[in-house]
Design a protein around this ligand. Structure first.
Ligand code: PPS
Length: 285
């Protein structure tokens, strides 16, 4: 069944998860605290993987927390009707996630020293991951074909808006000390190096055995089997048909799905929309 969207500032949000009044409130009045840690992503970029890594770092590799508490309670999604109240009522340092574009994020962030980690993934893989994910939920309109979803994605007619604008917007903060940019592709290529980078950013030290535990419990296979992390607890009101968060967990899957014409059309739009960034900004290009 098709779901309605909640529209806010020209961007579509899944009505089942996000409400307009709450979004307005979050944007204008939510107070980010100095000691907060915020995981920011465009959807399907590796959000849940990063949440798992951060939770495990905080517990020095002990998996008890990630194996007993669902992801959305460990790191509530700020803009959701479920996550927002949890965050307002939480005392002390908070871990939170968000897919909000920069112009809708609570203004208090920009005068705060709260730490932010922003994960970027090749948008071609984001598109494919999203196509297979959203179609198995009641959260979005059913595109009915990859061709249609491809067009919607390039135009930004998808939930949370345009990937290009999201990434361009948040990358404007990349020189800030409290802002760490990670790439899904680097996380795959050198997961241990990425975990160390996150530890440095958070001012956490892990011993070699602790690092191995973080690596083990955040691996694709272990997360896929962890019901607290693999979205198997999401209810039937949202899931329509065998929803899987942990689908493939690879880079370059888009090559199995794009036609040559689609690959060319994507390259063209990417070059136009992301012009002006220094060489090497996007490791897959
Ligand atoms: S969501 O729904 O927007 O929060 O999704 P998000 O977590 O951002 O992205 C889901 C994709 O991340 C992959 N993933 C992983 N890849 C490698 N290792 C680990 N541990 C891992 N955990 C999640 C997941 O498989 C989704 O990508 P696809 O390409 O669909 O497999």
């Amino acid at each position: 069944m098709m779901s309605e969207y909640t529209w806010f500032e020209g961007i579509a949000f899944p009505t089942l998860a996000v409400q307009k009044e709450q979004l307005e409130d979050i944007c204008n009045t939510f107070v980010v605290k100095e000691e907060d840690l915020i995981i920011l992503t465009y959807p399907k970029s590796g959000t849940n993987w990063l949440i798992e890594i951060v939770c495990l770092i905080q517990k020095k590799g002990d998996p008890t927390w990630v194996q007993s508490v669902p992801t959305w309670d460990r790191s509530p999604w700020l803009e959701t009707s479920y996550g927002h109240p949890l965050l307002i009522n939480k005392e002390g340092p908070r871990l939170m996630s968000s897919h909000l574009p920069i112009h809708l994020f609570p203004k208090s962030l920009f005068s705060s020293k709260a730490k932010v980690i922003y994960v970027i993934r090749n948008p071609r893989d984001v598109l494919i991951s999203g196509y297979f994910f959203w179609g198995k939920t009641n959260l979005v309109k059913d595109p009915e074909s990859l061709e249609t979803y491809f067009e919607w994605f390039l135009k930004g007619n998808v939930v949370y808006g345009s990937w290009f604008e999201h990434v361009r917007g948040w990358l404007s903060m990349r020189e800030c000390d409290n802002f760490l940019v990670l790439y899904y592709e680097d996380m795959k290529k050198d997961t241990k190096g990425t975990i160390k980078k996150i530890c440095d950013f958070l001012g956490k030290k892990l011993g070699p055995d602790e690092l191995e535990l973080v690596l083990k419990y955040s691996s694709f296979q272990v997360m896929k089997e962890n019901n607290m992390s693999n979205f198997s607890l999401i209810g039937d009101d949202v899931v329509t048909n065998g929803l899987q968060l942990m689908r493939k967990g690879t880079t370059g899957d888009w090559k199995n799905h794009f036609t040559v014409a689609q690959a060319e059309a994507f390259d063209k739009v990417f070059q136009e929309k992301m012009a002006g960034f220094p060489p090497g900004m996007f490791p897959w290009e």
